[in-house]
Ligand binder design. Structure first.
Ligand code: ZN
Ligand code: ZN
Ligand code: ZN
Ligand code: ZN
Length: 398
């Protein structure tokens, strides 16, 4: 009797072993039945349900975001917007919910470091393909709509990605030409936070409105000043100007050309992007800070034309060999116009000029991609201004 039982037992074990070998999914026969379950009516056989804590449109705003600290505050789904269906188990849907939650958890752990460094309440922060954006402005009117902080966070992140895409498209630069793996942009409500962020992330104790770290680590931290950045456009324009500096300074050798002879190109391009989106340039960079001072209402083509007409301005040879923070207000307008001229000629050559400045070339050599001498640039630019600056908008790109 004993031996028959023993034999049967061995037989059963062998059968189980054969079954397990035949199907890797059935390693444990007791769960096998559940694993082949394909879901239930409630979850429409997907294995997952939308997180009950949000309204129907909440997930839409997150589409471009890799991580959003506001969405991640949901204790149920950690910002993934999906939960496991409690009525069924063991299908693909369940595995993907588990993966999404684990991924969100990893981001939360990464973010804990930033939160710890900055202290205070949880910060509004979004991670997109190229930017880590912190945005501590509670509300702004955009067009006709009053947007809340969460909407603004995503809108500004999208605007940053647009700026980078436009920059690369216009200048013909590639993703691989940019040496900064991720740009860190922070817009604070409190000057104390801005100082803390400048010290921790921009290697600077600077107390200005905006502080930049330029090169292979691109960082811009600013405090929103209700006088300087009263409206959405003012704030957006300021960010466009300053982030353009980051995008130019991380190209190729990741060397900022604004403290070499390329100040005109560094500032001129930042102004050019302000003008592209807003038809107005209002941001000027001085040592470690960004201020708003007016020069001819920020609409510069006609005033530049007027300077050319009466021939009253410094020559390019002078403006074209200064550092960024040595430029006068009028020279900012001229720098914008030199860049406008060169981009109109061939936008794809401009990064090559920047590269030559990175290599410590003099302006004379840096202009070689355009096959212009310093003097020829001056002469041809003047002719072009008189020909093309007939109104505020200018000729644009060819
Ligand atoms: Zn289900
Ligand atoms: Zn979000
Ligand atoms: Zn949720
Ligand atoms: Zn600037």
């Amino acid at each position: 009797m004993k031996s028959i039982l023993g034999f049967l037992l061995i037989l059963l074990i062998q059968t189980a072993a054969i079954a397990a070998a035949a199907s890797p999914a059935a390693a444990s026969p007791a769960i096998a039945q559940d694993k082949i379950n394909t879901g239930c009516q409630r979850c429409k056989f997907t294995g997952s349900l939308p997180c009950p804590k949000h309204n129907k449109t909440a997930a839409k705003i997150e589409e471009e975001a890799i991580f959003c600290s506001i969405a991640a505050r949901c204790p149920v789904c950690k910002g993934t917007f999906v939960v496991d269906c409690p009525d069924c188990k063991g299908n693909d849907g369940e595995a993907s919910v588990e993966n999404a939650h684990a991924e969100a958890q990893r981001w939360l752990e990464k973010e804990a470091n930033f939160e710890k460094n900055m202290g205070g309440p949880t910060r509004a922060r979004v991670i997109t393909k190229h930017f880590d954006l912190t945005f501590e402005v509670e509300s702004l009117t955009v067009g006709r709509n009053v947007l809340d902080q969460h909407q603004l966070l995503h809108l500004y992140a999208q605007r940053l990605e647009t700026l980078l895409a436009d920059f690369n498209e216009i200048l013909g630069t590639r993703e691989t030409d940019h040496k900064c793996p991720r740009f860190l942009v922070m817009v604070w409500k409190s000057p104390v936070d801005n100082r803390e962020a400048a010290t921790r992330y921009a290697d600077s104790g600077g107390s200005g409105t905006g502080v930049k770290l330029l090169g292979s680590k691109g960082v811009y931290t600013m405090v929103r000043d209700r006088n300087l950045h009263a409206q959405d456009d003012d704030l957006h324009r300021s960010i466009v100007h300053n982030v353009t500096h980051l995008l130019l300074a991380d190209l190729f050798d990741a060397v900022w050309i604004g403290n070499r002879k390329g100040g005109w190109l560094d500032e001129g391009l930042a102004h050019w992007f302000e003008d592209k989106y807003f038809g107005q340039c209002t941001n000027f960079c001085y040592q470690e800070q960004n201020t708003l001072i007016a020069f001819k209402g920020g609409k510069w083509r006609m005033p530049v034309r007027a300077m050319v007409e009466i021939n009253k301005m410094p020559p390019f040879a002078e403006t074209g060999s200064k550092m960024s923070d040595q430029l006068t207000a009028a020279e900012h307008a001229l720098a914008f116009s030199y860049v406008d001229f060169l981009l109109h000629r061939d936008p794809k050559l401009l990064p090559k000029v920047a590269y030559l400045y990175q290599k410590k070339k003099e302006t004379r050599e840096a202009l070689e991609p355009y096959a212009l001498s310093v003097n020829e640039l001056e002469v041809q630019w003047k002719k072009w201004v008189l020909d093309k600056y007939t109104d505020r908008t200018g000729p644009g790109l060819k």
